[in-house]
Write a protein that binds this ligand. Structure first.
Ligand SMILES: [Zn+2]
Ligand SMILES: [Zn+2]
Length: 139
């Protein structure tokens, strides 16, 4: 099984993930673009597969999907590392820009493309969803 490691820009926050992602998608919603500066590469994991060290700060927001999302970022350097949805406590998203090995991010869809800017570059070989897609099937 793959072990995925990663962390924030300054190195204060590190994580190790001992499971395959449940899904990997690039999100173009307005909030993700504000945080990520572009489409955000998000990988979804079971929460209990993620081992975390370091201090995270949290910003909670109401997402376009209707969920309250806790955005978790390094308290020292501000890098966006995780997202957690209060209503789905067993899961967390990891911003794949923080993976040590960037090639481990293999997006299967672009989501919220209705919010994408006209200069967005997307992989045309994977599906696009105008808004929130159905949840991934359990593995
Ligand atoms: Zn940091
Ligand atoms: Zn988003």
């Amino acid at each position: 099984m793959t072990t995925i490691t990663g962390g924030c820009l300054c190195g204060a926050v590190r994580y190790e993930i001992s499971a395959e992602p449940l899904t990997m998608r690039v999100c173009w919603c307005r909030d993700c673009r504000r945080f990520a500066g572009n489409g955000s590469p998000n990988a979804l994991f079971r929460r209990d597969a993620v081992t975390l060290t370091g201090t995270l700060a949290t910003f909670s927001r109401s997402a376009d999907s209707g969920n309250v999302v806790d955005m978790k970022f390094c308290a020292a350097c501000g890098s966006q590392v995780f997202g957690e949805i209060a209503a789905k406590p067993g899961f967390m998203t990891v911003r794949a820009g923080t993976f040590d090995d960037s090639s481990l991010f293999k997006p299967v869809a672009n989501i919220w493309v209705s919010s994408a800017p006209n200069w967005a570059c997307m992989n045309e070989d994977i599906p696009k969803f105008e808004r929130q897609p159905p949840p991934p099937t359990a593995k």
